[in-house]
Write a protein that binds this ligand. Structure first.
Ligand code: SAM
Length: 243
């Protein structure tokens, strides 16, 4: 299902038609039609996409492996693109009803909604992801493909600390990056764990921030976010999980 967002920035120019063409293997791991879909988005929105290819299945699997399926709550994917990581999360055992994909590019958002039945797809801004969550949501992990290094440091820091503050102990913010430096050096005093994935073009880094104990100082953002979530639930009518 696809939800448009009045809270999102003006819909990007990243428009196109969705290909439902037959898949021709490029290298046994990525289909020609999927790569064509990615190129359409890249050509229309190069700065936002900021990568020459979608994540390889190997990279997507490494990212998904950082998410613990037994951790209860929603898995929020920011900058889902053509859905390489979305697919890996599903393969990891995350039920589609637990997944919310926030994608800025209109074309990619439509593609995701078409490709992944049961996943909630929002055309919106990752930096305001809390607005798209149902009221009182519990979050198990936030996974980001947004090219954060293209954004100013204060915005990166605000996004990551808010995402961790919304989660309980063990909650995670997992960031895909083609840069060799982390999006921020630490969150709540904890440095991210680094994983390098060579089986991707270009080789990529996965930076994992793990929420530790929940000190009292971190309760306020959770309550604020729940308030925003209530307003948004009315706006977007995020569907409840299907049994
Ligand atoms: C490097 S691509 C990653 C795509 C996909 N996650 C993958 O691994 O193949 C970055 C994605 O982030 C999206 N994006 C960039 N800025 C965004 C924002 N502010 N909010 C939501 N999505 C954004 C782009 O449109 C693009 O789909």
């Amino acid at each position: 299902m696809l939800h448009g967002s009045s809270a999102a920035p003006a819909a990007s120019e990243c428009l196109g038609t969705f290909s439902a063409g037959t898949s021709v293997a490029l290298d046994g791991s990525m289909s020609m039609s999927r790569y064509a879909d990615f190129l359409k988005g890249l050509l229309r929105e190069p700065a936002a996409v900021s990568a020459p290819t979608p994540s390889s299945p190997a990279l997507a699997a490494v990212i998904a492996a950082k998410v613990e399926p037994a951790q209860s709550g929603l898995v929020v994917e920011l900058g889902a693109g053509t859905g390489a990581v979305t697919q890996a999360l599903l393969d990891r055992g995350i039920a589609p009803e637990r997944l919310i994909a926030v994608e800025y590019c209109t074309y990619f958002a439509g593609l995701l909604a078409q490709r992944f039945a049961g996943v909630t797809v929002v055309q919106g801004d990752a930096f305001a992801f809390e607005r798209y969550l149902p009221a009182g949501s519990q979050i198990a992990a936030v996974v980001s493909g947004v090219p954060l290094l293209n954004f100013p440091l204060p915005r990166r820091r605000a996004l990551i600390t808010r995402a961790l503050a919304l989660q309980g102990p063990g909650g995670r913010f997992i960031q895909l990056s083609y840069g060799w430096r982390p999006p921020i050096t630490s969150a709540f005093g904890i440095a991210p764990e680094k994983t390098i994935v060579w089986r991707n073009f270009p080789p990529a880094h996965v930076w994992t921030f793990t929420a530790q104990e929940q000190p009292a100082a971190r309760q306020a953002p959770v309550q604020q976010a729940a308030g925003r979530g209530q307003a948004v639930q009315a706006l977007f009518r995020v569907s409840p999980p299907t049994p």
